[in-house]
Write a protein of this length. Structure first.
Length: 540
């Protein structure tokens, strides 16, 4: 067994030992006072390997104070960088000049520290040798070691510290929106699908919508009795970007005013350049014209305008800017990308919906992503009126922060941030999923959204991505180690103020695994097996 595998085994054993028995944890706390300069992970690993250690340092430090490592002494291994070990030694494994004095606590300083500890943590310790109860000591731990079980929640696997099941209800948090972030091969796809699966089972009256750019969620449609909306060039699916409900308003802003803002965003994206003041006034005027009959009819759906109507009104305007805008929109009205030019021809009657954008292409995507976000927003409003909560998963949400090559706009990212916030306000729950973390973090909007999130699942990470995530989420060194083990389906759950190390593995023999797995070799083996059965059948 390699040293790093030994360290992982020590880590597993010591965390189980400390969390499973209060006396063991008391003993550890007494020991930890001698290793106060080390992180919890380092201190716990030192305790696991050399519980009688009194003074710890690495080789360069011992050499610096004139001491050498004894021949044959075995180092204490702790977690290092990039799935490697760091090696340290106890003073008992060294020789040479007199060992340096350990730090001592005099009576005056002891009283000051005691006062600070009691006031900070609401304790009533009378001396610094007083043992803390497990819950009180928990505030000194770098992660949550308590049991988390919500009757209204779903399973997120096992707590790596306590081995207890983690059952959480995201909607209990101030902000139930969240993200799932993991490197390729970290189990991100299975983790996300299992959450979708569990939500469908736990909350059968809620509606689930998945934006699927890679055809990964199609296998869930049939068992969930769902439906698919396919958006691609020359697709028969139509979505009217002028769909709205006159009765809706937000913070004093009317539905038409909000729709006007959205249409301007679409126009800017189609142009690939920000609109001038004159162009904004022109677009606003045309929007009011196309909505005139709809407003006069008090919201008669038959009189809803379309992008085609808007295009025709633009061509009738005298300003040359109107013709320029019409030309920018022509591809989406008369060309191959006319999925958003006419009245909506889809009717959603299912509780599970997959929006397939696998074949959308970059040209249609620049406008299409914003139309999808607007559709999601309108759907959340409709569902709220019916008393239905809407859950939304957007896979590879990194595409939302890219309007396409050569463009000077970032409207998709800005609109995504707005819709993400709006959906939360109306009882919806949104999850962004990605492995392209570096790309996402290039956007200030994305960084702000991540840092403000109350629910984040962090799976195994690449080195560069991990450094940035540690900074954003203010993770401790000990917490960081759980994102470097290399184990699929494991990492950290950040839920409000809780940071929980977890692992969630789906049994390979389960129906969920069979349906949800995207492992290429397994799919290849399944196809070969199917071909053999068909051949055998034909042979008979």
């Amino acid at each position: 067994m390699s040293r790093i595998d030994e360290v992982k085994e020590h880590w597993k054993e010591i965390t189980e030992k400390l969390s499973g028995n209060q006396e063991n944890f008391k003993d550890y706390l007494s020991f930890a006072g001698k290793t106060f300069k080390y992180s919890f992970a380092d201190s716990a690993l030192i305790y696991a390997q050399q519980p009688n250690a009194t003074m710890i340092a690495d080789l360069p430090t011992w050499n610096k104070v004139g001491r050498r490592i004894n021949r044959g002494a075995k180092s204490i291994a702790v977690f290092g960088e990039e799935n490697k070990c760091r090696f340290i030694f106890d003073v008992s494994d060294t020789n040479g000049q007199k060992a340096p004095m350990q730090w001592r606590l005099d009576e005056n300083l002891s009283n000051d520290i005691l006062t600070e500890v009691n006031e900070t943590y609401g304790l009533e310790c009378t001396n610094l040798n007083t043992y803390l109860l497990t819950d009180a000591a928990g505030v000194l731990m770098p992660f949550s070691s308590r049991t988390y079980f919500s009757e209204s929640g779903i399973s997120y696997g096992l707590n790596r510290i306590t081995n207890a099941m983690i059952v959480l209800d995201r909607t209990d948090e101030m902000n139930s929106n969240g993200f799932t972030l993991g490197a390729s091969g970290s189990g991100k796809s299975m983790q996300s699908k299992s959450e979708v699966w569990d939500v469908r089972m736990k909350y059968p009256d809620d509606e689930i919508i998945v934006v699927d750019p890679e055809n990964e969620y199609m296998p869930l449609v049939k068992p969930f009795d769902g439906e698919i909306i396919k958006l691609a060039p020359e697709s028969r699916t139509k979505m009217n970007i002028f769909d709205t409900d006159l009765a809706y308003s937000e913070e004093g802003v009317s539905a038409i005013s909000m729709k006007s803002e959205f249409i301007m965003t679409i126009v800017e994206t189609a142009k690939g350049l920000p609109l001038t003041s004159a162009e904004k006034s022109l677009v606003d005027r045309c929007i009011k014209i196309v909505y005139h009959d709809f407003i006069d009819s008090n919201g008669d759906k038959d009189k809803l305008p379309t992008l085609t109507t808007f295009y025709e009104i633009l061509l009738k305007q005298p300003e040359p800017e109107a013709k320029d805008i019409a030309v920018a929109l022509e591809l989406y009205v008369k060309g191959s990308f006319n999925s958003f030019a006419d009245k909506t021809n889809i009717e959603i009657n299912k509780k599970f919906l997959v929006i397939d954008i696998f074949e959308m292409g970059e040209q249609l995507r620049t406008v299409g992503l914003q139309v999808i976000l607007e559709f999601l927003w309108q759907r959340v409003i409709e569902n709220k009126k019916r008393g239905v909560r809407t859950w939304v998963w957007i896979d590879e949400f990194s595409i939302m922060f890219n309007d396409g090559s050569g463009r000077e706009t970032h409207q998709s990212g800005e609109f995504f941030a707005k819709v993400y916030k709006r959906i939360r306000k109306h009882g919806g729950v949104v999850t962004g999923i990605t492995q392209n973390i570096t790309e996402v973090l290039q956007s200030k909007q994305a960084q702000t959204m991540l840092s403000n999130s109350e629910f984040v699942i962090l799976l195994q990470q690449k080195k560069n991505d991990l450094d940035k995530l540690v900074e954003i989420f203010e993770l401790s060194y000990s917490q960081e180690q759980f994102l470097k083990t290399g184990e699929k389906g494991s990492g950290l759950i950040i839920c409000g103020k809780k940071v929980i190390p977890f692992i969630k593995l789906i049994p390979k023999e389960s129906l969920m695994y069979e349906i949800c797995s995207t492992n290429f070799r397994e799919q290849q083996a399944k196809l070969k097996s199917s071909d053999k059965k068909q051949f055998a059948s034909v042979s008979r």
